[in-house]
Design a protein around this ligand. Structure first.
Ligand code: GLC
Length: 432
């Protein structure tokens, strides 16, 4: 191993290569998260082992019923590609401590313990590559199965053993057996409360030595390359990379019986609205599926994801690639914008006879429908753009989200509507 860098030297070194390493990921914008493991057998949340207080030996028996079918990862990857996603992240081991690959470091794995177990991670990596998708591996630091995991908090020797256990697994995953891995997605650094406790500085330097271009998330108690808002969408400050991870059914990452999951699941428009929020804040969306025990994709996820893919195939210019952080959020109540330089893309999802945009100070040159390029009439007066005449033919039949390109003379200046003083004869309405 190369000489160990101090925290500041390490952070400086990774910052120097960050823009280049992250360029593909920033352009990619949209990825698929896959939560799969023994919890899938229970089908009621990936935390079941802890929540329901399963004795370890009893939980281990679930492996008998964990039956991934060969080729299931291809189904995931084909669906991700069809959905317009550009990368995938698989739970190579979740908190239950069960490894989805042929591991020597961790005998508690799919090949050793399952009736017809095969190397799911290996097949997953190949499937991603076959579809041209970036490859990400989720890796839980917390482990409910390994006896040293919780002891780490107070027992130095257990901590040293557990750190070595983790590193052994990381060497298997990242040491060349599976070729280039694009993302390492750590999760839940409990019970240690500092990066020192995990030896994250050493661990992540080892990771980067094995995979020099890899992106690492922020859950090993070091900031690393990108932050991971979970079940909410919040942009990071200062242009830092961020990726919102969202469940498909708003309740569980791991498989839930379809009948329970379906009523809560996002439809195509719901997914596009999330994607819009992410795009306007310069981030990424990692949308989850929880496959069934044999690895099949739950029915409720398929049609919406395919519709999103169809939509992205023609509206992708409003989503992929470099976008600016958009400050025109309050110009309309019937849609929202993404921005690239002089252009705004208006995503419209609420329909009415009139479309009026308030607050733009920059001259608008043209409005065109995407993707047809059909010019749309408009008038612009002080602080108001009235779009139209217009009709239902502009509605998008796939997801009911239409896109219009607004080309301004310069990057548009937008002022949040502050009409009250004028409307109320110059009086300060709030001060009344
Ligand atoms: C969490 C949960 C977990 C899920 C993950 C996804 O922290 O513990 O079950 O895998 O977040 O972001």
């Amino acid at each position: 191993m190369a000489e160990l860098l101090s925290k500041s030297a390490y952070e400086e070194a990774i910052a120097a290569t960050r823009a280049e390493r992250m360029a593909w990921w920033r352009d990619a914008r949209f990825g698929m998260f896959v939560h799969y493991g023994l919890h899938t057998v229970l089908g009621r949340n990936e935390w079941a082992m802890a929540i329901e207080n399963w004795p370890i030996a009893e939980y281990e028996q679930l492996a008998e019923q964990f039956t991934p079918k060969p080729g299931c990862t291809r189904e995931w990857a084909r669906l991700a590609k069809a959905a317009g996603m550009k990368y995938m992240v698989l739970t190579s081991r979740h908190h239950e401590g069960f490894s989805l690959w042929d591991s020597q470091a961790n005998p508690y794995n799919v090949v050793n313990c399952c009736p017809d177990g095969f190397d799911v991670v290996g097949e997953f990596v190949e499937s991603c590559r076959a579809e041209g998708l970036g490859v990400g591996l989720y890796f839980s630091l917390m482990d409910w199965h390994h006896p040293d995991s919780w002891r780490c908090a107070f027992d130095q020797a257990a901590r040293a053993r557990f750190q070595e256990f983790l590193r052994g697994m990381l060497r298997e995953l990242l040491g060349g057996r599976y070729g280039k891995i694009d993302i390492l997605w750590y999760d839940v650094p409990a019970p240690m409360e500092s990066h020192e406790g995990w030896g994250s500085l050493e661990m992540n330097q080892m990771v980067r030595e094995l995979q020099p271009d890899i992106l690492i998330d922020n859950r090993s108690r070091l900031d690393e390359d990108f932050s991971t808002p979970e079940e909410h969408i919040r942009a990071a400050d200062g242009g830092k990379g961020w990726e919102a991870c969202m469940t498909f059914n708003r309740i569980s990452w791991g498989y839930l019986d379809s009948a329970q999951a379906e009523p809560y699941s996002y439809n195509a428009q719901g997914i596009l609205r999330m994607l819009h929020t992410v795009c306007s804040g310069g981030g990424n969306l990692l949308l989850n599926i929880g496959p069934m025990v044999d690895g099949s994709v739950p029915a409720e996820a398929i049609a919406p994801l395919e519709a999103v893919g169809q939509w992205l195939a023609v509206h992708g210019e409003a989503v992929y690639g470099e976008l600016d952080r958009c400050a025109a959020g309050t110009a309309t109540g019937v849609g929202a914008f993404t921005q690239r330089g002089n252009k705004l893309y208006l995503w419209q999802w609420i329909w009415s006879d009139q479309l009026i945009l308030g607050g733009f100070e920059t001259k608008l040159k043209a409005i065109r429908a995407v993707p047809s390029g059909q010019p749309i009439e408009f008038t612009q007066t002080a602080g108001r753009i009235v779009v139209g005449p217009r009709g239902d033919e502009l509605r998008d039949p796939v997801a009911n989200v239409a896109v219009f390109e607004l080309e301004f003379e310069a990057p548009p200046v937008h002022r949040r509507c502050s009409a009250y003083p004028q409307l109320h004869g110059g009086r300060q309405w709030l001060a009344d």
